[in-house]
Design a protein around this ligand. Structure first.
Ligand code: AMP
Length: 141
């Protein structure tokens, strides 16, 4: 199975559809998930094409994981969270819906379950949560 450059994250990378951007470096891009399962739920993707973990290069995986760790620190600080969950799905039976490699980064609080998937967030709330994460990122390093 190959890479389809018409997938929605490829369109986000090309600027063809909007995203609430949080961070980018030469190899990765981070934006808010529009159907967050926790406040601060964001997605880390490589800028170069990869369908999922199974066809990604070692360099793509290493770059993504570096950014995932950075975002883990940022979302924990932004939401005063006690932990962070990272999810990554491969192929439809593995739960993948968008076929450009991505890592979900979710701040977690003791005893608080993830919300069910599929509910679109209010855009003002999404932007306010993004502002908190961008502020936390600026405090890192
Ligand atoms: P999955 O492929 O199962 O890991 O899920 C894809 C994720 O992408 C889901 O959490 C969706 O809420 C999210 N998503 C889908 N379209 C967009 C979009 N345009 N902007 C941000 N997140 C999206």
């Amino acid at each position: 199975m190959g890479y389809d450059s018409d997938n929605i994250f490829a369109k986000i990378l090309r600027g063809e559809i909007p995203s609430e951007k949080l961070y980018e470096d030469d190899e990765t891009y981070v934006f808010m998930d529009i159907m967050p399962r926790a406040d601060g739920h964001c997605l880390v993707i490589p800028k170069s094409p990869a369908r999922n973990m199974l066809d990604a290069s070692d360099a793509q995986l290493a770059a993504c994981l570096r950014t995932v760790r950075r975002m883990g620190h940022a979302v924990m600080a932004a939401f005063d969270a006690g932990g962070v969950t990272v999810q990554q799905f491969n192929e439809a039976p593995g739960g993948q819906e968008v076929f450009h490699l991505h890592y979900h980064v979710l701040p977690r609080h003791d005893g608080v379950k993830l919300r069910p998937p599929g509910k679109m967030e209010d855009m003002d709330v999404l932007r306010a949560n993004a502002d908190k994460i961008r502020a936390a990122l600026a405090e890192l390093d």
